[in-house]
Write a protein of this length. Sequence first.
Length: 79
Amino acid sequence: MSDAHRYYLRDIAFTIKERALDAKKDYQNSSENGKAFAEGYLAAYHHIINMMKNQAVSFNLDEKDICLDNFDPFKELIE
């Protein structure tokens, strides 16, 4: 893998993780009217990060290389 690909994957994973954490804050601060949408939006990030972690294993990539080590989407986003 080239350095450009490595840095791209690392940056995109980091950005998705940060936006997911922002989505959790938005969910926690949402009104009752917006709660369902915010919950769905947060669930989508949870699904994406789970998929990224699973694909990393499938492609024999270290999660540390894509900034997803020490990040459990269930604990960080759902609990």
